[in-house]
Design a protein around this ligand. Structure first.
Ligand code: ZN
Ligand code: ZN
Length: 309
């Protein structure tokens, strides 16, 4: 039988990415090998999810060089983390959409909670009577719609327009190689009516952040661990990792994890820089202070002996 990812996940071929995700999460939880599920089935679920994820991959934003031209565009901000930028993650953006009727006034443009005045057209009756030669004719007042009164204030939510600017959410991938401050571009028709430009605002994710063009992982360790060159745990794009400090490593130097940094558009990777900052406590307990003094005296004596002897 042909490998059918939809059948394995138990969804219809018309399912969107949210349904696919939900189906995978549910089934993966239920059939996880850690919970006694069959490993083959779990792997088939995983593979199905990967296939469908790639098939439904959201459109990728582009890096825009230069300044937006013309006047038919929207400029917005996009807040993302350093990790999302480095891996070109999918992010949710909000873009303008067709206007929607104002829910506050129901599209009338008038403030339903504001003051009212008597309708002068029907003199508050709500109906207008015409007396003909044979019979009288009544019609609903076209000015007040039969209510006999008229709202005076314009709706504060839509400022009298009767509609609000619509917006919609889109899932898009960040372009590989983007850096903080870059302008990203969503062409018109790629989800929205007009072109949308986003200024990329990047926040640190844990200890990872961009410093200029480089992705840097910063670690803070106390001086005694630095002095002993003990292993340090650093955050990488692949999760926490224990690193050995080289014997001659000095404060202020960086370790370079080759090709472990952000992905480039061609699929290769940049380096990840690890900066190790040393922490000197400003206060010690009397006991720790004495031991530290002892150590200092010992080290100084050793140094003196070495230089004289
Ligand atoms: Zn309104
Ligand atoms: Zn009226």
């Amino acid at each position: 039988m042909k490998f059918d990812p939809y059948r394995i996940l138990g969804i219809s071929p018309g399912a969107d990415i949210e349904e696919i995700r939900r189906a995978f999460r549910e089934k993966a939880r239920r059939f996880h090998p850690d919970r006694g599920g069959q490993k083959e089935l779990f792997l088939a679920l995983k593979r199905s999810y990967e296939i469908l994820q790639a098939r439904h991959a959201p459109a990728r934003l582009e890096i825009f060089k230069g300044r937006p031209q013309g006047d038919h565009y929207v400029l917005s901000f996009l807040d993302v983390t350093a990790r999302e930028v480095a891996v070109g993650a999918a992010v949710t953006v909000v873009i303008p959409d067709k206007p929607v009727p104002c829910p506050h006034c129901g599209g009338s443009g008038q403030n339903p909670a504001g003051p009212k005045r008597r309708c002068l057209f029907c003199e508050g009756e709500g109906v207008i009577e015409f007396s003909g030669p044979e019979r009288r004719l009544c019609i609903v007042c076209p000015r007040c719609g039969g209510k006999g009164e008229i709202l005076v204030d314009i709706c504060p939510k839509c400022r009298g327009k009767g509609e609000l600017a619509g917006e919609k959410e889109l899932e898009l991938s960040l372009p590989l190689g983007a850096r903080p401050g870059d302008i990203l571009y969503l062409p018109p028709g790629a989800g929205g009516e007009v072109a949308v430009f986003f200024e990329l605002q990047v926040h640190p994710s844990g200890c990872l952040n961009f410093e200029g063009e480089r992705l840097v992982s910063r670690v803070l360790i106390p001086f005694w661990r630095f002095a002993l060159r003990e292993k340090v745990t650093v955050e990488t794009l692949e999760g926490p990792e224990d690193l050995d400090l080289p014997a001659d490593f000095q404060p202020g130097q960086s370790l370079v994890l080759s090709r472990r940094g952000p992905w480039r558009a061609d699929g290769s990777r940049e380096d990840l820089y690890v900066k190790i900052d040393v922490f000197f406590p400003s206060d010690f307990s009397p006991k720790a202070r004495n031991k530290l003094k002892e150590l200092a005296e010992f080290l100084e004596k050793e140094e003196k002996d070495a230089s004289t002897g």
